[in-house]
Design a protein around this ligand. Structure first.
Ligand SMILES: [Cu+2]
Length: 260
């Protein structure tokens, strides 16, 4: 996903022609020095680099990932870190169970709470703590078909307080991200994202506006790839927004998440 030119504009000359397709959307800018990136906080950092940053002598990757998630909350790396934690072996997740259960009860930190749930659900059923034996995720899927610049379906419905595993299938020829945002926030978030598109900071943030109305974030997903985002639906019924905030996309690439 980082081939969009987040940091390595300099090597694009040696990249296959279609790998840098998203370059066409934004003016070329000077490459940020790699050292300026924080692999545990920033969006657009390859998973291999994150894993390197999380691998420390004497600490499991699972434990280091959880520490990073707890320090991260609304940072750009949240979803990538949650995916890493959820993919670690049960032996690495089990020592974290008390902390994960505590996070699961804390509704004030929604991103960390969803990461904890994702890790707990990843444990084999017979090794899950009794408190979450019945925790189940509801699977939803949004697709972007080639050239459509829109989500299919345009509307999803789910119960309040549900753990959702949202799959995004990018069948298009360009990158897209996917944000869950508060009811009525579409144009506010969309305009802010377009503004981000004008600067290098926007690329580093993967065009995710810094707003409390942004509730969950799946970073940019490359063409032909699938992204995954876990979140709890709010307990408050309402029509929430699922939107791609790549500059210029939000007007067409928005769908409704009806929570009721
Ligand atoms: Cu898009």
């Amino acid at each position: 996903m980082w081939t969009i030119g987040l940091i390595l504009l300099a090597v694009l000359a040696s990249t296959p022609p279609d790998a840098g397709h998203a370059q066409g959307h934004a003016p070329a800018e000077a490459a940020a020095p790699v050292a300026a990136l924080e692999p545990l906080r920033d969006a657009g950092v390859p998973t291999t680099d994150r894993l390197k940053a999380l691998t420390r002598p004497g600490t499991s990757v699972g434990a280091a990932t959880w520490q990073a998630i707890e320090a991260c909350d609304r940072c750009g790396a949240a979803n990538d870190l949650a995916a890493i934690l959820g993919s670690r072996p049960a032996a690495e997740i089990e020592p974290l169970v008390p902390a994960l259960l505590a996070a699961l009860k804390d509704e004030s930190r929604a991103v960390i709470r969803a990461a904890a749930a994702r890790a707990l659900v990843a444990l084999p059923t017979d090794r899950r703590p009794a408190e979450v034996k019945d925790l189940r995720e509801t699977a939803l899927t949004l697709q972007c078909l080639r050239g459509r610049m829109a989500w299919e379906p345009k509307e999803l419905q789910v119960l309040p307080g549900t753990l959702v595993r949202l799959r995004m299938e990018n069948g298009d020829s360009m990158v897209h991200n996917l944000l869950l945002t508060a009811p009525g926030s579409l144009s506010e978030i969309g305009v802010a994202a377009d503004k981000l598109g004008e600067g290098l900071e926007g690329k580093r943030r993967q065009y995710v506006p810094d707003s409390t109305k942004v509730m969950a974030v799946m970073g940019l997903v490359d063409p032909g790839r699938v992204g995954e985002l876990w979140f709890f639906t709010p307990s408050k019924p309402g029509t929430y927004v699922l939107v791609c905030t790549y500059p210029g996309h939000w007007r067409m690439m928005n769908a409704k998440l009806k929570v009721k």
